[in-house]
Design a protein around this ligand. Structure first.
Ligand code: GLA
Length: 485
């Protein structure tokens, strides 16, 4: 370890493994020189707390072993050269301009180019440095997080690029500072994400999930049951949240719901209320009480633009300019009630989940034993803690499917196959495709994976058994970002 501070991204010697060797070789082939450093940023799976980070509520993800690796070398000229070890990703070079001039454009179908995520991280870093940058950078990227799978490959790429750039500029922000910077930087892609993915990317610790709270950003390790594992299974439906307006639509529906709840309960329109958690704080209510307020003030299943304008006493132009994003301005209806109900109930589930873990497991062990004799707190009655955790995950999925409408038939099928084996699961990440995460008792994990392979991948998706094994895996909580040098 070098003399970096404890709250900075750790810097350690370069380990020798196959992917590191590959990246070094590719770097040499592309640039005729060796990388000076390699950064590693993990993907994540969110255990519970979906679509609530951008509403200001805590979430509970863990870092995966799959990651983005970037080999980097500073150069004298103010240029950026990007290469990927996967040759399907095209080469890209650009002059390094001021952050205001660094343009990030999607392709003609509106889908971002792979390197746009790198540019987001670099643009954010240049902005953070007030355009005071020295020289440029050569980067070679390698990733093994399946893309468009809801496992945060994009955020890991943004974060790894931002970290590489700042490190090359000899700037070492704290982990929370760079996590917040990366969350902001990723919005240059056009989606209004929260900060969960970037927070876990930097604040993760091995062997535990993290309870992440926002404003201010903090992470607290959460011990998980020792006798169960979290299994991730890909639905084979791609989920690229920057390619459609589904994600932003949910974000603005939540913002509008927050504003209407605030105004209906006495706040003035110009009071700064940006999310559902702020309304709760301002009104000094419990989550249960917020749910009653939603029932009272957001009772319709759908609101037109005019109705929203009337409730807020604003013009359509004000609604478009102040509240909507470029890709949501054309929307004509908003499901405010369903989204707000999901958020408040999901926030409650996160609290219950964390409390059960805190009360029952420490350092990966089950305090009350694992043989069915345990009793948890009031929330769980006399049930096994793991089964209560599982029920919370199942409820989360139901809510994401019905109230948030961000599931996919393939995800639902995976959840149903799991249910038939008494394994609780839910979609993880933004949804509309991507992966499920399942809480599976250790003693049946092999059987569970085999059943998913057979019933979902082979029988339903018609893919080969060996190929299928690449899409389903048991996770081990990994650590956060590292710099190797
Ligand atoms: C994406 C976003 C996160 C979060 C999840 C849904 O991964 O980047 O901030 O909103 O979706 O929970």
């Amino acid at each position: 370890m070098s003399d970096v501070k404890i709250d900075e991204v750790p810097i350690t010697g370069i380990p020798s493994d196959k992917r590191i060797t590959q990246i070094k070789n590719d770097f040499f082939e592309e640039f005729g020189t060796m990388p000076q450093f390699i950064v590693k940023v993990p993907g994540r799976v969110n255990i519970i707390g979906e679509h609530i980070d951008y509403c200001g509520y805590p979430v509970l993800p863990l870092a995966l072993e799959q990651d983005i690796l970037i080999g980097g070398k500073p150069i004298d000229v103010q240029e950026l050269h990007l290469r990927n070890t996967n040759k399907k990703y095209i080469k890209y070079s650009t002059k390094l301009l001021s952050f205001e001039d660094l343009d990030i454009k999607a392709d003609e179908t509106g889908k971002p180019y792979w390197y746009n995520y790198v540019l987001c991280g670099i643009k954010g870093a240049i902005e953070y440095l007030n355009n005071e940058i020295v020289g440029g950078l050569q980067l070679c990227i390698d990733g093994n997080i399946p893309p468009a799978s809801g496992l945060s490959s994009s955020s890991a790429l943004v974060s790894a690029a931002c970290l590489s750039f700042l490190y090359a500029q000899k700037v070492y922000p704290s982990k929370t500072e760079i996590a917040s910077l990366c969350a902001k930087s990723e919005r240059y892609i056009g989606t209004q994400g929260g900060g969960m993915d970037q927070a876990i990317a930097f604040l993760a610790e091995k062997y535990s999930a993290q309870y992440i709270t926002f404003d201010p950003l903090q992470a607290k390790p959460v011990s998980l049951p020792e006798n169960a594992v979290f299994v991730v299974a890909h639905s084979l439906a791609e989920a690229n949240k920057a390619a459609t307006n589904d994600f932003n639509r949910r974000v603005i529906e939540c913002r509008l719901a927050a504003k209407i709840l605030a105004v209906s309960n006495g706040a003035s329109l110009d009071q700064k209320i940006i999310n559902l958690s702020q309304v709760q704080k301002n009104l000094n209510k419990s989550l249960d009480e917020m749910i009653s307020l939603v029932d009272e003030f957001l009772c319709k299943n759908s609101y037109t633009k005019n109705e929203v304008c009337d409730m807020l006493n604003i013009t359509e132009k004000e609604l478009n300019d102040i509240y909507l994003t470029p890709n949501t301005k054309h929307l004509s209806e908003f499901k405010l009630r369903q989204r707000a109900l999901h958020v408040y109930k999901e926030a409650m589930r996160v609290e219950s989940f964390r409390k059960i873990c805190e009360d029952n497991f420490s350092n990966g062990s089950c305090k009350n034993g694992t043989n069915g004799s345990s009793h948890t707190n009031g929330n769980s009655g006399s049930l096994e803690p793991i089964s209560v955790l599982g029920t919370l995950m199942t409820e989360s999925h139901e809510s994401l499917k019905k109230l948030y409408e961000c599931s996919h038939v393939n995800l639902d099928r995976l959840v149903d196959i799991s249910k038939a084996m008494n394994v609780h699961s839910r979609l993880t990440g933004a949804g509309w495709g991507g992966c499920i995460v399942a809480l599976c008792p250790k003693e049946i994990v092999d059987n569970y994976i085999e059943t998913l392979v057979d019933k979902f991948y082979v029988q339903y998706c018609n893919i080969d058994k060996n190929e299928a094994l690449a899409y389903v895996f048991a996770t081990t909580p990994s650590h956060g970002a590292v710099i190797y040098k």
